[in-house]
Write a protein that binds this ligand. Structure first.
Ligand code: SAM
Length: 303
């Protein structure tokens, strides 16, 4: 089961009206979308996901709540194109990033270093790039880079070397084989600080799903598609996602340095957006849902 993170807070900050046009960029198992739908009986919800299994389950939930919605099976990097086709401007976007609990718990998807499975990690099973490809075919330099960049893993090089050495004998097929190689290529004392495979698995998942690039594209497009008074709520789960969101929000909401010295800033040059808030989950929420631990909600509004 998936417990929606920062649910009350994101619903509150979306500022929903009866007739709001809302985009849930990450439908998942429909927890947020269902709540949204309840609050917009005269509006419309467009919900994106790139995982057909999630869409099937979410649709069962949404059907019970209303019919004023459309599920779009697509990566949210295509939101400008998809919403353009439908000719819509939007009152609120929600991004609840990363993978859902069912994706993590379904061993077969290959996201978890606790469960034995083929190396996969694709959110969209039509994506040609799998974790197997990355682990077995990327060069030593490429592996080192993604472990540093997307995993912030300080033993990136030694883990990458370990992988290259192992795969010279035999292809690395499964999550547990990979987790074992990672464990064997970090110092003993490092193994005690949480599971040593966590960061590398995160890095491979980001690479396979191109998570940071698509986030950047989608957030910039969402800003353009927002009506005045409309808001974007983004729930991030690690510092790399959060930094991208923070930077993009700052770029569009701050007065450029070169204008700061002007006695009066002309309206046309004033920022078109204002940052509303930046919220962390309560202790209670973290206690009930460990997945919420690293989450953060950022909200911006078109003025
Ligand atoms: C954390 S879950 C969302 C959970 C949902 N808010 C709920 O309450 O049930 C994230 C979902 O977003 C989807 N997703 C992640 N990145 C995506 C992308 N770039 N395009 C489309 N869907 C994406 C995943 O497949 C997953 O189902």
């Amino acid at each position: 089961m998936h417990i929606s993170v920062l649910l009350e807070e994101s619903i509150k900050y979306l500022n929903l009206k009866k007739n709001s046009i809302i985009v849930d960029a990450t439908l998942g198992y429909g927890g947020h979308s269902q709540r949204i739908l309840e609050k917009i009986p005269e509006g419309f919800l467009y919900a994106f996901d790139q995982d057909k299994e999630a869409i099937k389950e979410a649709n069962k939930k949404l059907e019970k709540t209303g019919s004023n919605y459309e599920i779009i099976y697509s990566n949210f990097k295509n939101l400008k194109e998809e919403l353009g086709k439908r000719n819509v401007l939007v009152d609120g976007f929600l991004f609840d990033l990363g993978v859902s609990s069912p994706q993590l718990d379904n061993a077969e998807r290959g996201f978890s270093f606790h469960k034995d499975a083929n190396l996969d990690m694709r959110m969209d099973r039509n994506n040609p790039l799998t974790a197997y490809e990355v682990v077995n075919n990327y060069s030593l330099e490429e592996l080192t880079n993604i472990f540093y960049k997307y995993g912030e893993e300080k033993y990136a090089k030694s883990i990458a070397k370990g992988i290259v050495l192992e795969r010279a004998n035999k292809k690395i097929e499964t999550t547990l084989e990979l987790a074992e190689i990672i464990k064997n290529n970090v110092p003993e004392k490092y193994r005690k600080k949480g599971h040593p495979a966590r960061k590398v698995f995160q890095a491979i998942r980001i690479e396979v799903n191109d998570e940071l690039n698509v986030l950047e594209i989608a957030l910039k497009d969402a800003l353009k598609l927002l009506k005045p008074g409309g808001r974007i709520c983004v729930i991030t789960f690690h510092s790399l996602e959060d930094k991208i969101c923070k930077r993009i929000f700052r770029e569009v909401s701050e007065i450029p340095k070169e204008l700061e010295k002007l006695p009066v800033i002309p309206d046309a040059l004033k920022p078109k957006f204002k940052v509303i808030t930046n919220v962390k989950p309560s202790d209670d929420e973290i206690e009930n849902n460990i997945r919420a631990r690293s989450s953060r909600l950022r909200v911006i509004e078109r003025v």
